[in-house]
Design a protein around this ligand. Structure first.
Ligand code: C5P
Length: 233
């Protein structure tokens, strides 16, 4: 059997409605570059990654303005949901990857990802039977709301983690899992529905998902902050 390779797949076909921008949030300018470009460049710098695929919607009028990045291909096959975009992307590259190759699926909306975080994920999972994801242990006290904006209950945060991306699974199993899943919001949930237990690999706060307008400032602070590719993050 061939040694499994590592591919990145970046779903970037969302509209980012909560960001209240004129254009999709993955093109918001951060530290002088569109958010998506930061993510593409990070994967291009990661020596483990054989190739990166970016999934945009067929109607995307912004992606052609990004600079050419070696080892990166844009696929115009985005779907109505994140799950559909990832599934369409995986199906589109089925002839170019092997069933056992690893896919690192990463949100375009997480521009704080670094090469060391990618390397930590790969090191933790390369010999794993299932795969897994970057995630962070929950540190805040959790409240369940009652529908009127009041606390119904305090939920134990014991053993709770917040899922990040990349989420790293083998191509064929992941595609099958997503095809069988209903309304999942990440790849791990689809794998869990198959009865598998993805491994949690500790990520970093800088890899948060840019969602609201006020998140842009924090993302920019992280992106402008100095870090070297050989530091822990
Ligand atoms: O909207 P949200 O921030 O949860 O989206 C997470 C990622 O999924 C983003 O990178 C977004 O562009 C992508 N997405 C997609 N296709 C959709 C919806 C979201 O590729 N239909």
């Amino acid at each position: 059997m061939n040694v499994p390779r590592y591919f990145a797949l970046i779903p970037a076909a969302g509209v980012g409605a909560r960001m209240q921008l004129g254009s999709p949030k993955q093109y918001a300018m951060l530290a002088g570059k569109p958010m998506l470009q930061h993510v593409m460049e990070t994967f291009a710098r990661a020596s483990h990654i054989t190739h990166t695929y970016v999934v945009v919607s067929a109607a995307d009028v912004y992606v052609d303005d990004l600079p050419f990045i070696a080892g990166t291909t844009v696929l115009r096959c985005g779907g109505a949901t994140r799950r559909e975009s990832v599934m369409n992307g995986l199906a589109a590259i089925a002839a170019e990857v092997s069933a056992e190759d690893w896919m690192l699926v990463h949100d375009a909306a997480r521009p704080g990802l670094t090469v060391p975080l990618i390397e930590q994920l790969i090191a933790a999972l390369k010999d794993d039977a299932v795969g897994g994801l970057l995630a962070l242990p929950v540190v805040d006290t959790l409240k369940r709301a009652n529908g009127q904006g009041r606390v119904d209950a305090t939920v134990s945060r014991d053993a709770l983690w917040a899922a990040q991306t990349p989420q790293m699974f083998r191509h064929a199993t992941l595609l099958q899992a997503l095809q069988q899943a209903d309304a999942v919001t990440d790849e791990a949930s689809a794998m869990e529905a198959l009865g598998l237990q993805p491994k949690l690999v500790e990520g970093h706060a800088r890899n948060f998902k840019v969602t609201l307008p006020q998140d842009l400032l924090l993302a920019e602070l992280y992106l402008k902050g100095r870090y070297e590719d050989n530091t822990p993050i």
